[in-house]
Design a protein around this ligand. Structure first.
Ligand SMILES: [Fe+2]
Ligand SMILES: [Fe+2]
Length: 392
């Protein structure tokens, strides 16, 4: 009944670099315009219209209705952007392991300013593109949740999220097109994950894959990018998107808490396996194979070096999990079934975030009216960083 690693992630060793590259090659489709995925779920009507039966979801819905913003008029699209400076990520954020610059056998050792500048641009384009594709995944997933969730409060809330996600796709697409000169196709690892989420027949799996995993990672990543960028348009855009995303992750946590209470161990195990698969696909995508290819660097060599790098040098990669792990803990997924997921998260080096604040509670910190946002965000990032390096 319990699945092997090979059945869950398509390989026996999570760090098998050849398999990771092979999966990406086999699933890359750069010329594709339309992508079809079978959606196996039933659409569900409810005749119980009692609004507020699930009070916390009702509150989120009310909050969402008064927190809408307009991507066309609330952002100043006339701002001129230097694409090379837009994201302004430091080298360790871009490559995960700063020692790759200093090691004479590293493919990056001979890079001069010109290569680093080009890499900075390509990496920014690639990164924002993947978030844009993920936002479209969220758009489709929440439209699906409107259909499949049996509770009226959740249908109401999910409907507001559909509008939020449309706006997010809109702003990232416009920013990439007008300010960075275009983007990248979807990364195959991310694509596989989104397909799996849409494909699943059980409504709570859409929540787990999208609201907890994909959006949890996005919320952490937007927080770091918001901190680093000094480009005013991107900074404001990220600030606005984050105020929505925090509600979305909270929606996932609050809904799943109720469902998981009544599940059997076998059902929970299936969710744990899916969580592990999602975590690994997201980690694999951050190897940014397409960018190494563009830069003419040996992709296999780079992926291998990034995977083999010591855990302490992968601080920023791991920090992307700083929202996911505490939310999984709150849902009881870490320790159910003799702690299977705890072991897996330990293997991939992200378990230390389990005691960070979960998003079911902290979403109000992201509110657009929150005056202390910058300070709170800086604190959150600092806490995640110090947890990642283990000097708490
Ligand atoms: Fe979004
Ligand atoms: Fe979202």
């Amino acid at each position: 009944m319990a699945l092997t690693d090979r059945e869950i992630i398509g390989r026996d060793d999570a760090n098998d670099v050849d398999a990771i590259i092979e999966i990406a090659k086999a699933n890359a489709n750069p010329d594709e315009i339309v992508h079809m995925v079978e959606d196996n779920a039933d659409a569900i009507f409810t005749w119980n219209y009692d609004k507020g039966e699930r009070l916390r979801l009702d509150r989120l819905y009310e909050k969402a209705k008064t927190s809408q913003w307009n991507a066309t008029t609330d952002l100043d699209w006339s701002i001129e952007v230097d694409p090379y400076q837009a994201l302004n990520l430091q080298a360790e954020l871009q490559i995960g392991d700063p020692s790759l610059q200093e090691d004479p056998t590293s493919p990056l050792y001979k890079w001069g300013d010109k290569e680093w500048e080009e890499f900075g641009l390509q990496s920014s384009k690639w990164r924002l593109s993947q978030f844009m594709h993920g936002e479209q995944g969220a758009l489709l997933c929440t439209a699906k949740i409107v259909e499949t969730v049996p509770w009226i409060d959740a249908k109401y809330y999910a409907a507001t999220q559909v509008v939020d996600e449309a706006r997010h796709v809109e702003v990232f697409a416009r920013y990439l097109d007008e300010k960075l000169g275009g983007g990248y196709p979807i990364n195959p690892h991310l694509g596989l994950l989104l397909d799996d989420i849409i494909n699943d027949s059980e409504w709570d799996m859409t929540y787990l894959g999208m609201q907890i995993m994909v959006e949890g990672l996005a919320l952490a990543a937007f927080g770091f990018m918001h901190d680093f960028t000094e480009e005013p348009l991107l900074k404001k855009l990220l600030r606005y998107v984050m105020s929505d995303e925090a509600r979305h992750v909270a929606f996932g946590v609050l809904s799943l808490q109720e469902v998981y209470q009544d599940m059997t161990l076998a059902e929970i195990r299936h969710r744990q396996e899916f969580t592990f698969e999602a975590a690994l696909r997201m980690r694999d995508r951050f190897l940014q194979q397409e960018v190494w290819e563009y830069m003419g660097v040996d992709t296999r060599e780079m992926c291998k070096r990034l995977l083999d790098a010591p855990e302490e040098s992968k601080v920023f990669q791991r920090m992307l999990f700083s929202k996911i792990v505490p939310n999984c803990r709150k849902l009881g997924l870490l320790d159910a079934g003799e702690g299977w997921l705890r072991e897996k998260f330990t293997e991939i080096g992200v378990i230390e975030f389990e005691h960070m604040p979960d998003t079911g509670a902290e979403f109000t910190d992201y509110d657009l009216s929150e005056e202390d946002f910058e300070a709170k965000q800086a604190d959150m990032n600092a806490a995640a960083a110090s947890t990642a390096v283990g000097d708490e």
